[in-house]
Design a protein around this ligand. Structure first.
Ligand SMILES: *Cc1c(COP(=O)(O)O)cnc(C)c1O
Length: 430
């Protein structure tokens, strides 16, 4: 049996309708931007393997640090014990995170980082404010429409109700949803939030880019104004930088674009350079202090078996070394520059072509809609484009009719050009 046939017998894939599915491609090796299949074909990983890979595949320095750490201390329970990789990673992140953070809480992925942030916020109010009529004083959560924060129940609850959550909507807790801010709606957004005075525990947001919700971009100045208002209401602000962290938007963190900073920040995806699963929730001193007490019920009762896994911490440290290096900063600026030239030209060439809509860029990310069929994640154009791209040696996975490009930073000019040529050819394909 081929690997694809064995896969068919034993594997259930994520976000995959197995009925009539195209068999998955067995990948045997990765190097820089390229993935190699068992026949030796190569594919440019133009979406960084679901946005996690920032420095390229099988990066030698990350691999070496993983090996060294695995041969020294692979894991240890993180209550009552600590270790150098966890402490060093925390110290380094606290110095560079956008805002006044003083503690790092480790977990396993982006969804758990979000769960932790929500639980910290809810319990913060329980620990600090007396209950009213046996209810927490602040029991509402604020989030954006079209948000995506992960697939566990808390993370789903603060995500927009969509095809992803439909089967579970009855089981998700209630959330106040607002639109992302624009100059025309900002006043009404503030008014709506104001109506819930002293009821909202926290506000969770993906700064500048709602990625899984369709690569929706919105303006930093508007978010900054909204954050200023929300913070004036004493609402805890949770910046979900699971996707925007580590250089994606052109700055190290998207939070750097705003003057008003988050109180809690969630990280994952690029954290280990795409090598190992890890989530981080950073909190301000004020939030941490609310859990300090002689009353044991105020403890934060949350943890995962693999909390602060030393190998993942070592991978994250190695990835951070690369991210902070001059080479990487230059690579990011080069991609931004090439993307800009490309979309200027692409938009100009297609100004009378109604096939492409809303061509946009944020840092290393380009996105646009294809005007065919519904604006929906279920639009079949996605599968058509993926297949055509694979034939050209490129891996793309549009979100329905939203095509986007989010390459590892080490992508070279030639590879970028190849992807641009393919995107231009979509006029003929769709
Ligand atoms: C992907 C993503 C998550 C969930 O992360 P997982 O590691 O897939 O659980 C949360 N928030 C944002 C903004 C994301 O893009």
């Amino acid at each position: 049996m081929t690997l694809a046939e064995r896969d068919r017998q034993s594997i259930w894939h994520p976000y995959t309708q197995h009925k009539n599915m195209t068999p998955p491609i067995p990948i045997v090796r990765g190097e820089k931007t390229l993935l190699f299949d068992e026949y030796g074909n190569s594919y440019i990983d133009a979406i960084s393997s679901w946005w996690v890979n920032i420095h390229g595949h099988a990066h030698p320095s990350i691999a070496r640090k993983i090996f060294e750490q695995a041969s020294t201390l692979e894991h240890v329970i993180f209550t009552g014990f600590t270790h150098e990789p966890a402490v060093r990673l925390a110290e380094r992140l606290l110095k560079i995170l956008p805002g006044d953070f003083s503690k790092i809480f480790y977990s396993d992925n982006g969804s758990t980082a979000v769960e932790v942030a929500i639980k910290m916020s809810i319990q913060y109010w329980r620990n600090t404010e007396p209950e009213k009529n046996n209810k927490p004083s602040r029991n509402k959560i604020l989030a954006f429409r079209h948000a995506y924060h992960g697939d566990t129940f808390g993370a789903m609850s603060v995500s927009d109700r969509s095809i992803f959550t439909a089967a579970f909507d009855d089981y998700l807790f209630e959330v106040v949803f607002i639109d992302t801010p624009t100059s025309s709606n900002i006043t009404s957004l503030k008014q709506k939030i104001g109506e819930y005075k002293n009821e909202i525990a926290c506000f969770i947001y993906e700064p500048l880019l709602q990625a899984a919700g369709g690569m929706r971009m919105y303006e930093a100045v508007m978010l900054d104004e909204l954050l200023a208002f929300i913070k004036s209401q004493d609402i805890i602000c949770i910046g979900d930088e699971v996707m925007t962290g580590f250089g994606r938007t052109g700055k190290l963190f998207a939070g750097e674009y705003m003057q008003h900073k988050a109180d809690i920040i969630c990280l994952s995806k690029g954290l280990t350079g795409g090598s190992l699963a890890m989530g981080i929730t950073a909190s301000s001193q004020k939030i941490f202090d609310a859990f300090l007490s002689d009353d044991k019920s105020k403890t934060f009762f949350h943890g995962h078996s693999y909390t602060a896994n030393p190998i993942a911490c070592a991978a994250a440290l190695a990835s951070l070394d690369l991210t902070e290096g001059e080479d990487c900063k230059n690579q990011i600026q080069d991609i931004i520059h090439h993307h800009k030239n490309f979309i200027d030209q692409f938009a100009r060439e297609n100004k009378d072509n109604i096939t492409f809509r809303n061509i946009r860029q944020l840092g290393t990310i380009i996105a646009f809609e294809i005007d065919k069929g519904d604006d929906s994640y279920l639009n079949n154009i996605s599968a058509v484009i993926t297949l055509q791209a694979l034939r050209k040696g490129i891996y793309l996975r549009p979100l329905g009719n939203t095509v986007y490009l989010m390459p590892p930073y080490c992508i070279n000019e030639e590879e970028l050009e190849k992807v641009y040529v393919f995107l231009k050819s979509l006029t003929r394909i769709v």
